[in-house]
Design a protein around this ligand. Structure first.
Ligand code: GDD
Ligand code: MN
Length: 370
């Protein structure tokens, strides 16, 4: 079989623009037209990574892609998250340089050629579109958002020793080979992929900032909510403890603590109704486990939330996991107490064993880690 002569193949892209999308159907065609205008003379492609948007963004991308092979779409089902979407998009390209950019036209695509030139001539390995260097601005921000953004930037800079002016930017470009090296250590949760990249590289990623003006969103609405704050704290915590403690684990433990309260309250109420102690204790355990499961599904694992029949299946598995966890808890507490009869030490060791077990096994079997 003959392969097509090289002259017939389209030029391999030098630059891949990765655009995470969630409910952005009206913005997609406009962004593509703007990219096309800004990147003339460059071999480029764009990958939209859509988390199965209810408004059918992926369908709009697919149709557009029928008329232009430079457009691709990754449709992710059962997953949510800006960082994870960007990571998958970048890893799906073979272009030597990759950019990440929002779909809503708040980022300035006319900066892309300049950013690319800085990477190509070796002046930088990472170029950040920055609102906080001279010439840049975020005027479209309301006062609260502006304050929050500045505050988070300060925290990140101090705690993680970062000297980039705008590590929270969602607009940047880097060498794909450098990204591939860092990718296994990046968190797929949350919004702050650039911060994660910079923190993970530990100063070993030559960075240049290019000023730009953060514009107003064209269509649709922002997905940044209060949960984003939690994701941010989680990322800082994980990086500070070298990935030992994750926010997910802390949330899981916190939910576990509320379960203890629920357990005692239920036990107390059941005993008022003259129920046998053994029965009352069993009822209290089931109520507490059910409450914990629902809270974890709503909060701790909101990005992998179980739905429909999956909730029932998950609940039954969670009961099973917790029962074994309880045995482990009691076992460890007992052996510690046997060596050193200090009740609170033995109790704490048992509880720690229980929560680590429940967390580890739950994230493997109940909310299956990807
Ligand atoms: N695939 C996917 N999955 N895309 C998402 C998700 C998600 O769960 N959440 C948001 N997006 C997409 C949006 O569709 C948009 O294209 C882009 O990510 C940014 O989301 P916005 O909701 O527009 O965020 P923002 O404008 O409030 O914040 C942006 O600017 C900040 C300042 O530069 C983001 O880029 C932030 O990361 C950035 O800090
Ligand atoms: Mn936006």
């Amino acid at each position: 079989m003959n392969s097509a002569p090289a002259s017939q193949a389209a030029a391999a892209p030098q630059l891949c623009v990765v655009v995470p999308t969630f409910n952005e159907r009206d913005n997609v065609p406009k962004l593509f037209a703007k990219l096309d205008a800004a990147l003339s003379g460059i071999a480029w492609e764009v990958i939209f990574v859509d988390d199965n948007s209810p408004d059918g963004t992926w369908d709009v991308v697919r149709q557009l892609a029928q008329s232009d092979p430079r457009i691709r779409c990754i449709r992710r089902i059962g997953r949510r998250g800006l960082s994870g979407a960007c990571i998958e998009g970048i890893l799906a390209s073979s272009a030597p340089f990759v950019a990440v950019m929002d779909a809503d036209l708040q980022h300035d695509e006319t900066q892309l050629p300049k950013m690319l030139a800085l990477l190509q001539n070796g002046e930088a390995e990472l170029v950040v579109g920055s609102r906080y260097v001279s010439g840049g601005s975020a005027d479209s921000f309301g006062a609260t958002r502006a304050g929050g953004s500045k505050f988070a930037t300060e925290i990140a800079k101090r705690l993680l020793h970062i000297d980039v002016a705008d590590p929270m930017s969602g607009f940047f470009m880097l060498r794909r080979d450098r990204f591939e090296q860092l990718a296994p250590q990046l968190s797929t949760q949350g919004f702050k992929i650039l911060l994660d990249l910079i923190a993970t590289a530990k100063g070993n990623l030559r960075t240049v900032e290019v000023p730009y003006t953060f514009g107003s969103r064209l269509h649709g609405e922002s997905k940044l909510d209060s949960m984003v704050v939690m994701d941010f704290l989680g990322l800082v915590l994980a990086k500070l403890t070298h990935d030992l403690v994750s926010l997910r684990f802390l949330l899981f433990a916190l939910v576990g603590a509320t379960g203890l309260v629920v357990h005692f309250a239920t036990l107390f109420i059941a005993l008022q109704f003259d129920i046998d102690f053994a029965w009352a204790q069993a009822i209290a355990a089931i109520v507490a486990m059910t409450g914990n499961f629902l809270l974890n599904n709503w909060l701790t694992y909101r990005d992998q939330r179980l739905k429909g029949f999956g909730v029932l299946r998950g609940l039954l598995l969670f009961y099973l996991v917790c029962s074994v966890g309880l045995l482990a808890n009691v076992g460890v507490a007992f052996s510690v107490y046997d060596q050193e009869p200090i009740w609170w030490l033995a109790g704490a060791a048992g509880a720690l064993m229980g929560v680590v077990w429940n967390y580890g096994i739950s994230s493997m079997f109940v909310w299956r880690a990807r």
